[in-house]
Design a protein around this ligand. Structure first.
Ligand code: NAG
Ligand code: NAG
Ligand code: NAG
Ligand code: NAG
Ligand code: CU
Length: 587
């Protein structure tokens, strides 16, 4: 563990938990080499020359200061994230910029709470990350994914599953002790089933929300989700036990022969004994997170003041690539980051139009009750994540149930005390209903946490209480300097116009729709048959050899507002990509 954490631990002991501390880190972000699955050495994004990344740990009330140094903003300079932590729980920090987190820029962020309801029930605490691992870099994979040669939008399948970013995780346990495991799925794509042989997990937290203790033998953790559970070690030490993370292969369009979608770790009671092979589990039956109950028993929020309905659609645009849409909009980042538009638009900030047509922006009034209905018109599972809030998960339909029927279901049909979390999976062709109170002014994205679907546009923007936000927020100078250095404008509407804020000419747009008469099914069938015929290979092989289109516009990641994003991630900008002299190839 890093020196800073050791120091922090000592400081906490010395002064007790009464006084708020400042937890400082200096992060130098840059490329390093790693081979966590012992199959392939690749470049990955590290911090201070190391990978996996350190956990950031603090107590509720502390202030976290992270001085991130990176060559991109500003070149050779640094950028400081400083925020007071007012919420407890298990989080992670990661970069969405250019989809960097699957390249390694992902680490746990743990906020300890001396008041946690389970504080007296464990002896030791352990962070356990789950993730998927690609041998190729995102800068190579994205152009293959978002291309006319991939009209069905098949997502690249990872090469391996990792636990704590390795396939060789042995956790030394002492007989009779109880451990608090903080599990985080840092993956780009795959959900994972997690189970411990011979032991029971007692869930006590999901996504920062304490729960009533709930016993289970297995949990399902999507990309972006977190879960803490207590696990009591056995009293005798004659045997070691396997625990397994198993990627949800239903998410994969193809299942490469050589893929082992499981990763095994061990609870080590006795170093002289074998590390046993994991047993085969015939069926997966994880606990249904909709059955969890928040510890504080906060009741169902009242009927919504407004409902936002988002229909998930996958479709092709004129470039032939497959995009993801909420309703008819696929997200395209604005020229001016939305937060800066809010802060420079004066009275116009309450008009959703100024944020652009392709940011899918909704302006929320302070304290209104908002309901989000997601109807999944796609046959895949999607973990939806909202920044800035832990929503109530008021309803989730079965698979294939179709759209949410507001006329058929009313509040009496919803749980009186719904679970809250910030990431919830919707089943194929099913629906979910989420509710929250707009009491946290900010610019909050709502997106699928599968990074491929962020890339293909499954993102909407909530602009919550913009007038209050204007009063609350001043942009630090180093932000503005970083934007200036990166040529990112910080004034005006989505298109950068400062006088007529309703003028969106020149805004960033996705490719135009398919021409009339082209059905999507038709174009896909046509393209697939051509490819299969010409190449004579399976879809699996086709992935490996497809070259990115020369004319492909580089995909843009959404612009985030880390400044006041108190719910999850400290998103970081692009690290130095110029290493090993390979820069030209990748840009
Ligand atoms: C952040 O780190 C860089 C590089 O070590 C240093 O030059 C800079 O002064 C630091 N900034 C702050 C605010 O500590
Ligand atoms: C997993 O890695 C984190 C750092 O990311 C570390 O704090 C933790 O102790 C590790 N967990 C185990 C079980 O070794
Ligand atoms: C992964 O584990 C599951 C559950 O035990 C098992 O059914 C499956 O065959 C395993 N997959 C591989 C590739 O070993
Ligand atoms: C989406 O459809 C609505 C209603 O038909 C229309 O007003 C809007 O302009 C469309 N948006 C885009 C981005 O095409
Ligand atoms: Cu998705």
């Amino acid at each position: 563990m890093s020196l800073s954490r050791a120091t922090l631990g000592l400081a906490a002991l010395a002064i007790g938990f009464a006084r708020a501390a400042i937890v400082e880190h200096n992060f130098n972000v840059g490329w390093v080499h790693a081979n966590p699955d012992n199959a392939f050495t690749r470049s990955t994004i590290g911090i201070n020359g190391k990978w996996p990344l350190p956990a950031i740990e603090a107590n509720v009330g502390d202030t976290i200061v992270v001085n991130v140094t990176q060559c991109a903003i500003p070149p050779g300079g640094s950028f400081t994230y400083r925020f007071k932590v007012e919420q407890h729980g298990t989080y992670w920090y990661h970069s969405h910029t250019h989809s960097q987190y699957p390249d390694g820029l992902r680490g746990p962020l743990i906020i300890h709470d001396p008041q946690a309801p389970f504080r007296d029930q464990y002896d030791e605490e352990l962070v356990l990350t789950l993730s998927d691992w690609y041998h190729d870099q995102m800068s190579d994979l994205i152009p293959q994914f978002l291309a006319k040669s991939n009209p069905t939008g098949a997502e690249p399948v990872p090469q391996a599953a990792l636990m704590n970013e390795t396939q060789d995780l042995a956790v030394r346990v002492e007989p009779g002790k109880t451990y608090l495991f903080r599990a985080v799925n840092l993956g780009a794509f795959a959900s994972q089933y997690l189970w411990f042989e011979g032991h029971t997990m007692t869930i006590v937290e999901v996504d920062g929300v304490y729960t009533k203790p709930a016993e289970t033998n297995m949990i399902y953790l999507s990309a972006g989700q977190r879960c803490s559970f207590l696990l009591t070690a056995k009293k005798d030490t004659h045997q070691n036990f396997a625990f397994v993370g198993s990627m949800d292969i239903e998410l994969f369009d193809v299942l490469p022969d050589e893929l082992n979608w499981n990763v095994t770790g061990w609870l080590v009671y006795n170093e002289d004994r074998d590390l046993p092979k994991a047993l085969d589990v015939a069926e997966f039956e994880p606990i249904d997170d909709m059955t969890l109950v928040p510890y504080d028993e906060a009741p169902l929020l009242p009927e919504p003041d407004r409902t936002v309905e988002l229909n998930v659609v996958m479709d092709n645009l004129r470039d032939g690539a497959n995009y993801a849409f909420f309703n008819n909009i696929t997200y395209k980042a604005p020229k001016v980051p939305t937060l800066y538009t809010v802060l420079t638009a004066g009275d116009m900030a309450t008009n959703a139009r100024i944020y652009g047509e392709y940011t899918h922006s909704f302006v929320l009034e302070q304290d209104e009750i908002v309901q989000i209905v997601v109807n999944n018109h796609d046959d895949g599972r999607h973990p939806f994540h909202l920044h800035g809030h832990q929503f109530q998960a008021v309803y989730r339909s079965e698979e294939d149930a179709g759209d949410f029927d507001e006329a058929a279901l009313e509040d009496a049909d919803f749980p009186a005390i719904p679970i809250r979390r910030d990431t919830l999976v919707v089943w194929p062709n099913g629906n979910i209903v989420l509710r929250f109170k707009a009491n946290n002014p900010g610019v909050w994205l709502f997106h699928c946490h599968i990074e491929w679907h962020v890339v293909s546009g499954l993102v909407a923007t909530f602009i919550e209480a913009p007038e209050q936000l204007q009063e609350m927020v001043t942009i630090p100078k180093d932000h503005l300097r970083a934007c200036a250095d990166g040529n990112v404008p910080t004034k005006g509407n989505a298109a950068g116009h400062t006088r007529d804020l309703l003028d969106l000419s020149g805004q960033n747009t996705p490719p135009p729709p398919l021409p009339e008469g082209f059905t999507t099914g038709g174009i896909i069938a046509f393209l697939i048959s051509c490819l299969m015929g010409v190449l004579g290979v399976t879809v699996v092989g086709w992935y490996g050899i497809t070259k990115p289109d020369e004319d492909q516009e580089p995909p843009q990641s959404p612009t985030l507002a880390p400044l006041i994003n108190r719910s999850d991630d400290a998103d970081e900008a692009q690290p130095n990509r110029g290493y090993d002299g390979e820069e030209d190839e990748r840009q």
